[in-house]
Design a protein around this ligand. Structure first.
Ligand SMILES: NC(=O)c1ccc[n+]([C@@H]2O[C@H](COP(=O)([O-])OP(=O)(O)OC[C@H]3O[C@@H](n4cnc5c(N)ncnc54)[C@H](OP(=O)(O)O)[C@@H]3O)[C@@H](O)[C@H]2O)c1
Length: 280
């Protein structure tokens, strides 16, 4: 399934990101090769990697060996914090592309806002726009940006230049300020750790909703996010879980289900390194 990321929009935002992608954080070596190959054979067409994951070469190998044409895939990578300076970003993206065995990625994200503001955001965004002009990436975007940082990015380059802000969202961290601001600005969000790294599987309300629909809390969590208009990038090493997660696009939750899940927010943030920004 492919949908356009946003509604009427100028060329900058005219990319098609499949709303359900496959994450690769923590997956290395043969594990990530097997996970990508299995995901692609099941029908995933959106892969999320990052320089810091140390798996771009294996992701590239798996894609190359899968036989799936590059043109039918949406591949995202993320620039690590040490490569955000104007003179480092493009060389580092070229290294990522060599590892990924592709001439361009579909989306390049700033993985985290520059810690302590060491590199001015304008410098990084200018380098990303230049990377796009050079044909190294089809689109650019943000990750882990707060409301203030999203506002700064939008002020610098305009919202239509930004394909997404990829942030942690799941039933236990609903990130409402970020969600409300992004919605108001028409900036698409991508929900990472959409299964709270597996924690959703034992939550009683999610188990109850899942039982009513004859499904699992993983699909319920993904459907809840998709129904709210976010892209989702769950990771799984198991073909059966990968296949189950794909079916979330067909699951329709009721208004009552959505309200019950909304009540599960407990501000439980799982990705919170010491260089993280001041969260909203
Ligand atoms: N931008 C950022 O800073 C950032 C930060 C974190 C993550 N991410 C991205 O988001 C992706 C997803 O996050 P994540 O991998 O940390 O966590 P996640 O997708 O929320 O959870 C993955 C865990 O859930 C399990 N799982 C998956 N599907 C399942 C199912 N149907 N039933 C039961 N268990 C299931 C997986 O185990 P099995 O392998 O056994 O299936 C794995 O342990 C990452 O891979 C990465 O690409 C981005």
């Amino acid at each position: 399934m492919t949908t356009t990321v946003s509604r009427s929009m100028p060329q900058a935002r005219a990319i098609s990101m499949p709303p359900l992608g496959l994450g690769t954080f923590r997956l290395k070596g043969q594990t990530v090769i097997d996970a990508i190959k299995s995901g692609l054979s099941l029908g995933y067409r959106h892969i999320d990697t990052a320089q810091i994951y140390g798996n771009e070469a294996e992701v590239g190998q798996a894609i190359a060996e899968s036989g799936v044409p590059r043109a039918g895939l949406f591949v995202t990578t993320k620039i690590w914090t040490e490569q955000l300076a104007g003179d480092r970003l493009i060389p580092s993206l070229r290294e990522s592309l060599a590892k990924l065995r592709m001439a361009a990625v579909d989306l390049t994200l700033i993985h985290w806002p520059s810690p302590g503001g060491a590199v001015p955001l304008k410098e990084t965004l200018d380098a990303l726009i230049e990377a796009k002009r050079l044909g190294l990436t089809r689109a650019i975007g943000l990750s882990n940006f707060t409301v203030a940082q999203m506002r700064e990015a939008i002020d610098l380059v305009g919202v239509d230049e930004l394909a997404t802000n990829q942030v942690e969202i799941h039933p236990f961290l609903q990130n409402r300020r970020v969600v409300d601001f992004a919605k108001g600005q028409d900036l698409p969000l991508t929900a990472y750790m959409p299964l709270a790294y597996g924690k959703v599987m034992t939550e009683p309300v999610l188990l109850d909703i899942a039982a009513r629909h004859g499904t699992t809390p993983a699909q319920v969590s993904l459907a809840w996010l998709l129904q709210r208009g976010f892209a989702v990038i769950p990771s799984s090493t198991k073909p059966s879980n990968q296949a189950a997660n794909l079916t979330a696009t067909a699951l329709r939750l009721s208004d009552e289900d959505m309200t019950r899940i909304a009540a599960l927010d407990r501000g439980e943030r799982l990705a919170d390194p010491d260089f993280a920004p001041d969260w909203d």
